[in-house]
Design a protein around this ligand. Sequence first.
Ligand SMILES: CC(=O)SCCNC(=O)CCNC(=O)[C@H](O)C(C)(C)COP(=O)(O)OP(=O)(O)OC[C@H]1O[C@@H](n2cnc3c(N)ncnc32)[C@H](O)[C@@H]1OP(=O)(O)O
Ligand SMILES: O=C([O-])CC(=O)C(=O)O
Length: 379
Amino acid sequence: MSDEDVRKGLAGIVADYTAVSKVNPDSNSLLYRGYPVQELAASKSFEEVALLLWTGELPTDEELAAFESFERANRALDVNVRAAIDLLPLDCHPMDVARTAVSVLGANHPLAEDSSPEAEVEKAKSLFAQFPAVVAYDQRRRRSLSMVEPRADLDYSQNFLWMSFGEEAAPEVVDAFRVSMVLYAEHSFNASTFTARVITSTLSDLHSAVTGAIGALKGPLHGGANEAVMHTFDEIGIRKEESREEAAARAKAWMEDALAAKKKVMGFGHRVYKHGDSRVPTMKGALDKMIAHFDRPEMLGLYDGLEQAMDEAKAIKPNLDYPAGPTYHLMGFDTDMFTPIFIASRITGWTAHIMEQRASNALIRPLSAYNGVPERHLA
Ligand SMILES: CC(=O)SCCNC(=O)CCNC(=O)[C@H](O)C(C)(C)COP(=O)(O)OP(=O)(O)OC[C@H]1O[C@@H](n2cnc3c(N)ncnc32)[C@H](O)[C@@H]1OP(=O)(O)O
Ligand SMILES: O=C([O-])CC(=O)C(=O)O
């Protein structure tokens, strides 16, 4: 086996077919089941996009109404999950809470060991409905606030914000949140989705695959980057009184120093996109609306300053986590809740891939090239 045979990080390897989404870095496009994600983000609810990812088609009015009523009826925080969360320390990472919650939901699901297509869809829909309460409750307990019960008169995004903050969000905020959910939902064989497919390929169950995927998403080279972006903003310093230009100048200087020190700056770069992430313009549009809504031009200065300095120095473009981080910050979420919010969205893509993997399974088990000591024997 030669060095060329070894593809570290599986870079450039095509591991299987998928009909769930198409990432095309040449045309800078992303299609969910054939539809450009920008078109979906412009006019479709997250609930519609979830059904599209699972079934392959946008729902009819009746199908959508049935799913919406199921989702609204299954939003309350599961009692077993609440008990498990309450045992976890307040200073553990919220991704650990999220991982534990999904594991508990699996252990308690009546269809846990049923992997028929009908049971898989049912479990995916349950997770979709049940997970927002985990994020909302965890943020509130860390803030010493009591749990807010879900409201069945609100849609998914409105209710997520309601349970998190205990007040109805402005329509602009709800819409920016919906857009982020649609954009985060699916991205082919990224590390967490691939993890879910590896677990599924052993014929393990759906909740185990999602629990493993959460572990993969946590890292800052993947989903954890949206949190890390905010740490960068905090390190530079967010000064509300500052002008956009002043903030941009400080951000540029910070980036130049970081790159001179050979730091990796989270929120930039991508394994597949080398000329920019297809989702960034749409997410940046949502961020711009939040900046205008909350009147925070200095945030735009920080955003532009970092982006420009990175572009000038290395021509590396932002990925989706870059505009998403400050968007969630402006909405009022705590920084370590950003990646759990990503989970709430990506549950749809993960579970669509779990179903696809199961429908056409082959155990995922690559080879390795041994580079340890040569064969030796006990004396
Ligand atoms: C939703 C998502 O998961 S999107 C991805 C979120 N992750 C991040 O934002 C983390 C920061 N980015 C990165 O670490 C990388 O760009 C990755 C892991 C996403 C992709 O990495 P790869 O395709 O493996 O590229 P790799 O890490 O080898 O980078 C290639 C070159 O660009 C540089 N580079 C890539 N990203 C960055 C960055 N964010 N900051 C500084 N330099 C970078 C590398 O240092 C490397 O330079 P070199 O050739 O001089 O050594
Ligand atoms: O595709 C990737 O490698 C990472 C990513 O952007 C995502 O999962 O959304």
